[in-house]
Design a protein. Structure first.
Length: 114
């Protein structure tokens, strides 16, 4: 069974940075387009960043220029560097395959205070 383990969240102030990590128990991790999603209270889960290969990445407009997604296929890990954090970035962050998501992990809470 595929397991996704997110970590790196926390409570920070506006303007601070965080780096999230997601370790995936996948045999052919490098084959999949991976993404970071977030779900704020009362809102639907949204895809904020995705990475297809080592350098091909896409971002939702609200995080462009502030978030950077990357991956280390040798470690089966995907990262999300989040800079210039805003209170509206507060959410639980999850990683998963972009298409046909696997069972969701527990996510990691990011709270940004103003």
């Amino acid at each position: 069974q595929v397991q996704l383990a997110e970590s790196g969240g926390g409570l920070v102030q506006a303007g601070d940075s965080l780096r999230l990590s997601c370790a995936a128990s996948l045999r052919v991790f490098s084959r999949y387009a991976m993404g970071w999603y977030r779900q704020a209270p009362g809102k639907q889960r949204e895809l904020v960043a995705s990475i297809i290969s080592g350098t091909t990445a896409n971002y939702v407009d609200s995080v462009k220029g502030r978030f950077t997604i990357s991956r280390d296929n040798a470690k089966n890990t995907v990262y999300l560097q989040m800079d210039s954090l805003k209170p509206e970035d507060t959410a639980v962050y999850y990683c998963n395959r972009v298409t046909n998501p696997f069972p969701w992990g527990q996510g990691t809470q990011v709270t940004v205070s103003s």
